[in-house]
Design a protein around this ligand. Structure first.
Ligand code: 5AD
Ligand code: SF4
Length: 469
């Protein structure tokens, strides 16, 4: 623990050094544009890098055109996220031509791929700094060297053994936030690049997590989302192993905290004890994201998911018995190599039977370096498109029916934002359903009772109720 604090202290000292250097070189704060691609884990790490940059004296701006420092946190889970970054770089090149003082920083998952780094080195020499997923905490130190040398710096680590605690973050909301409980992934699903770019699974010590949440509560946070690639295997590799169910029970006891969410659960590791903990713990929201990926046991085997269709459906049944009002959501991949019409119909069957509120559907994307990329029988694009459209129709129809099951009820809503239309607020129920309703913006960050008057498919229109005192 001490060493980690040591590292955080070192980086805090580099933040100071950057701050002085920025004033020396620019004589004003740097205008920062930071953009996130990808999952919630990435968003959280983007908030940390933003937090460090703001401490250096940067100020945020909306557009790249106005920025002195442009930072992208990249994703590589699917090819399209990748292409988007190259597109952005073309655009940044033209801005930098006019303003050579501008600094461009790329980091995150995509940068862990050797072919990407090679390409940046050869085709994008105007990028100033590149780092990966394992040395995000080093941003101040690396940026200091960029400011000092004005040359391209690339620093990619293959893995990391330590978890650095205590870095500043600039959070989007003051009342809710994500909390990383673990990093990396050991599952090696055959389509997925995450284990290669995020490294081996590492859990944070429960005490460090509890302490962070207690501090967040002091700062006004009432809802946390515990984040990990597979939270169900949390704690297995710690010196004193802890289960995720026990972590939930500990977090549930933190005074002042109102809601606990978590993501993502792998069906193969979802224990009966976790279902019990979810049912017992008052603050744990009745929402579970349980990616199925495919309904075909044959394809699940090829995907190396280590469960089959029956196991998944039994799990769904068990969860619904223990927590009848649970909202289930999922991820589904269409067009995995070798997927036949029969396999696809099994997926449709799981969607029929599982009653998801929402399902995120993805077209299979071939990722170089994963076992699935070498599989024969890649499914033709037109077949995938047809299946994808059919799946989407079913998902939307079922999602609409399921999300509407609370119509007419009064539920507690955490108010998150004011809509574009002034006087209309947006919040979420514990089931993660969106509700729009009229109310004053002073309610943002508060929990209020709202009657869910009408369901519009994936969201409700509601009316604010008088709070019973
Ligand atoms: N192609 C398509 N979708 C993918 N996902 C992960 N890897 C791929 C891929 N190669 C999806 C999975 C995962 C979600 C985060 O992204 O459904 O649950
Ligand atoms: Fe998140 Fe995976 Fe994308 Fe990395 S590759 S940002 S872990 S979804």
């Amino acid at each position: 623990m001490d060493k980690q604090n040591q590292e955080a202290k070192l980086q805090l000292s580099y933040i100071e050094k950057c701050a002085s250097l920025i004033m020396e070189k620019y004589n004003r704060p740097l205008r920062l544009r930071i953009q996130n691609e990808g999952c919630q884990m990435n968003s959280l790490q983007t908030e940390t890098v933003a937090g460090m940059a703001l401490r250096m004296g940067c100020v945020r701006v909306e557009k790249e055109e106005d920025a002195d420092l442009v930072i992208y946190n990249t994703c590589t889970v699917r090819e399209n996220a990748n292409q988007k970054i190259y597109g952005h770089l073309g655009f940044l090149k033209s801005i930098k031509k006019k303003r050579p003082d501008m600094k461009i920083v790329l980091f995150g998952c995509m940068m862990q791929e050797a072919h990407v780094v090679e390409k940046i080195r050869s085709d994008y020499p105007f990028v100033d700094l590149v780092f990966g997923t394992h040395n995000i905490h080093k941003f101040p130190e690396l940026f200091y060297h960029v400011l000092m040398t004005d040359s391209q710096i690339i620093d990619i680590w293959q893995d990391s053994s330590e978890i650095v605690e205590g870095l500043p973050a600039d959070r989007k909301y003051s009342f809710k936030t994500g909390v990383n409980i673990m990093f990396g992934c050991n599952n090696f699903c055959s389509y997925c690049i995450v284990p290669y770019v995020r490294g081996r699974e590492k859990s944070r010590e429960p005490q460090a997590i509890i302490r962070e949440i207690e501090e967040l509560v002091q700062e006004g946070v009432t809802e946390v989302m515990l984040l990990g690639q597979n939270v169900n295997s949390y704690g297995k590799t710690l010196d004193t192993p802890v289960t995720f169910a026990d972590l939930l029970r500990q977090v549930d006891k933190i005074p002042g905290l109102r809601r606990i969410r978590f993501m993502t659960s792998h069906p193969k590791d979802l224990s009966d004890d976790l279902i019990r903990a979810m049912a017992e713990c008052k603050k744990v929201c009745h929402h579970l994201h349980l990616p199925v990926q495919s309904g075909s046991s044959r394809i699940l085997k090829q995907m190396n998911r280590r469960y089959d269709k029956d196991h998944y459906l039994t799990l769904v049944q068990k969860i619904r018995e223990a927590i009848p009002d649970i909202s289930l959501t999922t991820d589904i991949i269409v067009g995995f190599p070798g997927e036949t019409e029969e396999d696809f119909l099994e997926t449709m069957d799981v969607v029929e039977k599982s009653d998801y509120d929402t399902a995120f559907t993805f077209i299979y994307s071939k990722r170089t370096g994963t076992p699935a990329a070498k599989m024969e029988d890649q499914v033709p694009a037109d077949v995938i498109k047809d299946r994808f459209d059919r799946l989407l129709r079913l998902v939307q129809e079922k999602g609409r029916q399921n999300s509407c099951r609370f119509t007419g009820m009064v539920q507690e809503v955490l108010v998150e934002d004011e809509n574009r239309e002034p006087g209309v607020l947006t919040g979420r129920t514990e089931h993660n359903l969106l509700v729009h309703f009229k109310g004053p913006r002073e309610l943002i960050g508060q929990y209020v009772p709202v009657k869910l008057d009408s369901c519009k498919g994936f969201y409700y229109f509601g009316s604010l109720q008088q709070e019973e005192k």
